[in-house]
Write a protein that binds this ligand. Structure first.
Ligand SMILES: Nc1ncnc2c1ncn2[C@@H]1O[C@H](COP(=O)(O)OP(=O)(O)OP(=O)(O)O)[C@@H](O)[C@H]1O
Ligand SMILES: [Mg+2]
Length: 317
C-alpha cells in the first residue's frame, strides 16, 4: 500500500483545531503561537500514535503560514541520524540566517529525540544556544527521562495522553463515513480495545478490517489476528531465505505502522518457528532467545531485531 493510500496519512490533521483529545495542550499551544516571538522551545512526550508529530507539524504550519518549506522547517528523525556530527552539521547549515523577513524564526523538529546518546544531546545543547536567536526547537520523545536536564529545562513540556475510548470511536466513525465503510458500534469498540488508546494503530486496524468487509467485531478480530501472525510469518520466511533488507522493512512496518510491540513481535516469531517445523529449529530458537535477552536488558530494540534477522539469514547457509 502506498503512503497516500493509508488512512492515517489521509486523515492526519493539518491544523491544531483538528487534533482530537489533547484539548488542554491544544489550548496552551494556540495561546503560545498567537504571539510566536515569545514562544519557548517545546518538548512533546507521551506514548505512540497520539498526535505528537502531527502537532509539531501543525504548529510549524500555523506559525510559518505560506513560508512553510524546506528552508524554514527542518525535520530530523533522531533514530535515522544518530550521530551528533550529522545533526550538528544539518542544524548548523539550516540555521544560518538567510534573512527571512516574514517569519519569526525557523523551526527544527527533532523527532525521537530520546534515541540520541547523552553525548549527542550535550553537543546539541550548544547548538540550541548558538542558534537561539532565530531557531526554535520542537523535541519529541516517548520517554522524557532519557532527555538530559539542560535540554529539558530549556523547553516547555507537554505530555500527550493516550486517547479516550470516546474520541477514538468518534474519529473512527468520521473516517468510516468518509470512506463509505459500514461500521457498527461493537466493531469500533473492538478496534479501540486492540488500540489501547493509540489512534494510529486504531485507524490502521480499521483500514485493514475494511479490506475484509464491514467493520464488525468479527471482522476486526480476524484482521487483528491476521495482520499480526501472518505478517510475522512472512518476516521469518524472508529472513530465513536470506532477504534481510525486505524482512527488516516489513518488521519495521509492523512495529512502527501497526504498533506491534517488540516483545509481541518476538513472541509471534517464536511461535511461527515452532509451527514451521524447520530442520534447524533449535538454532533458530537460540538466536531468538539471545536477542530477546538483549532487548530485555535495554539494548536498542530496532538495532537488535535487525541484527537478529541478519543472523537468521545465515542459518540456512
Ligand atoms: N490526537 C490526534 N488527533 C487526530 N489524529 C491523530 C491523533 N493522534 C494520532 N492521530 C492519527 O495517527 C497518525 C499518527 O499520529 P502521530 O504521527 O502524530 O503520532 P505520534 O504521537 O507522533 O506517534 P509516535 O510516538 O509513534 O511517533 C496521524 O497521522 C493521525 O492520522
Ligand atoms: Mg511521531
Amino acid at each position: 500500500m502506498s503512503e497516500t493510500g493509508m488512512w492515517v496519512e489521509k486523515y492526519r490533521p493539518t491544523k491544531l483545531s483538528e487534533i482530537v483529545n489533547q484539548t488542554e495542550i491544544m489550548g496552551s499551544l494556540e495561546a503560545l503561537i498567537k504571539d510566536p516571538t515569545d514562544m519557548p522551545h517545546l518538548m512533546f512526550s507521551g506514548s505512540a500514535g497520539v498526535g505528537k508529530t502531527t502537532t509539531a507539524i501543525c504548529i510549524a504550519r500555523q506559525i510559518l503560514g505560506e513560508n512553510y518549506n524546506q528552508n524554514s522547517v527542518l525535520e530530523l528523525n533522531a533514530s535515522d541520524e544518530r550521530g551528533i556530527g550529522m545533526v550538528r552539521e544539518k542544524v548548523k547549515k539550516f540555521s544560518k540566517w538567510s534573512g527571512f523577513a516574514d517569519i519569526p524564526f525557523k523551526i527544527i523538529i527533532l523527532d525521537e529525540a530520546d534515541e540520541m546518546t547523552s553525548d549527542a544531546q550535550t553537543a546539541l545543547r550548544r547548538v540550541i544556544e548558538e542558534t537561539a536567536k532565530f531557531c526554535r526547537f520542537i523535541f519529541i520523545a516517548n520517554n522524557i527521562s532519557k532527555i538530559i536536564d539542560p535540554i529539558q529545562s530549556r523547553c516547555a513540556t507537554f505530555k500527550f495522553t493516550t486517547i479516550s475510548e470516546e474520541d477514538i470511536i468518534s474519529r473512527l466513525g468520521e473516517i468510516a463515513k468518509k470512506e463509505k465503510v459500514k461500521a457498527d458500534k461493537k466493531g469500533l469498540k473492538a478496534i479501540y480495545d486492540y488500540s489501547e488508546g493509540d489512534l494510529r494503530h486504531a485507524i490502521n486496524l480499521m483500514q485493514a478490517t475494511a479490506s475484509l468487509g464491514e467493520i464488525t467485531e468479527e471482522n476486526v478480530k480476524s484482521s487483528a489476528g491476521l495482520t499480526k501472525t501472518s505478517d510475522v510469518v512472512d518476516v521469518l520466511k524472508l529472513a530465513l531465505s536470506g532477504k534481510v533488507l525486505e524482512a527488516r522493512e516489513k518488521m519495521i512496518e509492523l512495529i512502527k505502522v501497526y504498533g506491534m510491540s517488540e516483545s509481541d513481535f518476538l513472541k509471534y516469531i517464536n511461535s511461527a518457528v515452532f509451527k514451521s517445523k524447520h530442520d534447524k529449529l533449535s538454532d533458530i530458537l537460540e538466536v531468538i532467545a539471545k536477542y530477546d535477552y538483549r532487548i530485555l536488558v535495554g539494548a536498542n530494540s530496532e538495532i537488535q531485531l535487525s541484527a537478529m534477522l541478519a543472523e537468521l539469514a545465515k542459518i540456512e547457509k
